[in-house]
Design a protein around this ligand. Structure first.
Ligand SMILES: *[C@@H]1O[C@H](CO)[C@@H](O)[C@H](O)[C@H]1NC(C)=O
Ligand SMILES: *[C@@H]1O[C@H](CO)[C@@H](O)[C@H](O)[C@H]1NC(C)=O
Ligand SMILES: *[C@@H]1O[C@H](CO)[C@@H](O)[C@H](O)[C@H]1NC(C)=O
Ligand SMILES: *[C@@H]1O[C@H](CO)[C@@H](O)[C@H](O)[C@H]1NC(C)=O
Ligand SMILES: *[C@@H]1O[C@H](CO)[C@@H](O)[C@H](O)[C@H]1NC(C)=O
Ligand SMILES: *[C@@H]1O[C@H](CO)[C@@H](O)[C@H](O)[C@H]1NC(C)=O
Ligand SMILES: *[C@@H]1O[C@H](CO)[C@@H](O)[C@H](O)[C@H]1NC(C)=O
Length: 392
């Protein structure tokens, strides 16, 4: 769709209600993993050849830890030898949040590095909490970060029962691949990121970036900003301060309620961080062959794991916010306070020295939070120009 600049501005202002969000739960620093459970089973949902370790094994094998910079590392085992004979699995990690997030939540993920390489399939996503007897996708699924193999871009999606679609006239930066969230191929309603450096070696080489997700009655909206373009509202956020989206610019993916009743299709959601290998997407022979040589298992999982040196997340912080002051207050009151260690966080890839803020974060935990000191000029203008350049 061709739009003049004023039309574009109006259209995207109309997407968002000006509202302040209250801090909910923050995952960062030495307490990053406290708010998550470890899966402790094989990948029985996307059938990658991984065993998702339990907490004890993750610790023993150093697959989930906080590094010297205060950032969470979540990785694939790249030091064990896996044989080619028989049914084999390599160790990896799947984290599920203990907290279940209701509609009205905002998520901000700051990452310096995301897993990539042949056979590698990482994701940060929301998994709808099923009632007894229900089966996926009865409670929906919202994929904020997901890509495979040597993809150079992120791909976003919703999954739902029939009746939820992305409207054709949607206002977003990304490129829609599939409109029906109940797509028969089980891909969901997918949108490919069009901003550069949203995944892979490009993302890592650019100092990473930030992702935003608004899970709202008005719709589900997703953003990506390369490190130099992260809005000031995020780089200058404080753990107790509210967040508003005024400077976030146009979303990369937009699923407005006009096409999908969010309340109906997306009840409470768990936040999931995982890395699988091969399986139902990265390992499909034709898909795999598009990027990578040989076979997904034989050329990658089998062997000594030295090809998985890039199969890790490095995450300074995941911050969540709620539009409901009552929810923020009760989440804060329900958790026992605890004292943190002295993580020295570093989220900046530009060599600046981040300010360390220690305060009472989400769920009443005292957390140590890296503040990303990247001054931001003209991000919205850049986004708009990019959008115009892409003919949106
Ligand atoms: C996967 O395995 C876990 C642990 O055994 C089990 O709790 C869960 O129900 C399984 N999920 C599916 C979809 O089979
Ligand atoms: C990979 O995992 C799948 C699903 O568990 C299994 O069917 C297959 O045999 C495994 N492949 C190898 C080579 O272990
Ligand atoms: C599509 O929706 C129907 C119910 O309306 C459900 O049974 C099916 O599992 C869904 N399929 C996918 C791929 O989401
Ligand atoms: C898209 O179309 C729907 C109905 O067809 C309408 O309600 C909505 O306002 C339109 N949105 C934009 C951004 O034009
Ligand atoms: C959306 O779904 C909710 C829950 O099922 C329902 O209460 C509401 O009326 C629906 N809204 C619209 C516009 O259909
Ligand atoms: C691991 O395997 C690769 C490929 O087979 C080989 O090039 C490399 O030398 C091996 N590394 C170690 C430490 O054995
Ligand atoms: C394993 O990966 C880490 C990065 O996560 C890297 O520093 C290390 O050198 C790798 N080890 C091997 C044996 O390749």
């Amino acid at each position: 769709m061709i739009m003049t600049r004023p039309t574009l501005l109006l259209a995207f202002c109309a997407l968002r209600a000006a509202a302040a969000y209250y801090p909910l739960i923050e995952y960062s620093g030495t307490t990053f993993f406290d708010g998550f459970d470890f899966y402790g089973a094989i990948d029985n949902t996307t059938w990658g050849n991984v065993t998702y370790v339990d907490a004890a094994d993750a610790n023993a094998e150093s697959l989930a830890y906080v590094n010297g910079a205060g950032n969470a590392i979540i990785k694939v085992d790249n030091s064990s030898t896996v044989l080619e004979a028989g049914i084999q699995y390599r160790k990896s990690v799947r984290l599920t949040s203990k907290y279940k997030f209701e509609i009205g939540t905002l998520f901000i993920i700051d990452a310096l590095h995301m897993p990539y390489g042949c056979s590698v399939w990482p994701s940060i996503w929301l998994n709808g909490v099923l009632e007894p007897g229900q089966v996926w996708p009865a409670a929906g699924e919202i994929d904020l970060i997901e890509a495979i193999n040597l993809f150079d871009h992120n791909q976003m999606a919703l999954h739902s029962y029939a009746g939820c679609v992305q409207p054709a006239n949607v206002t977003q930066m990304g490129h829609t691949l599939i409109h029906d969230c109940n797509d028969t191929t089980a891909s969901g309603c997918t949108v490919a990121e069009t901003k550069p450096n949203s995944f892979g070696a490009g993302f890592a080489g650019n100092g990473g970036g930030a992702f935003g997700l608004q899970f709202d009655v008005a719709g589900v909206f997703m953003w990506f900003w390369p490190r130099p373009s992260i809005p000031a509202s995020i780089t200058q956020a404080t753990p107790t301060g509210t967040m508003d989206l005024t400077d976030w610019g146009m979303p990369s993916a937009a699923y407005p309620a006009a096409g999908c009743n969010i309340t109906e299709f997306f009840p409470a959601q768990e936040l999931v961080v995982d890395i699988t290998l091969c399986g139902l997407w990265a390992g499909i022979p034709d898909v795999y062959a598009g990027d990578c040589p040989g076979t997904c298992f034989g050329n990658n999982i089998a062997g000594n794991g030295s090809n998985y040196a890039n199969a890790y997340f490095e995450i300074p912080a995941i911050r969540t916010y709620t539009i409901d002051a009552g929810v923020a207050a009760s989440a804060s009151a329900s958790a026992a306070p605890q004292t943190t260690g002295s993580a020295s966080g570093s989220a900046a890839a530009d060599g600046a020295n981040p300010t360390q803020v220690t305060t009472t974060g989400g769920a009443g935990r005292t957390v140590s939070t890296p503040v990303i000191p990247v001054p931001l000029v003209g991000a919205v203008a850049t986004i708009l120009l990019l959008g115009l350049g892409l003919g949106l």
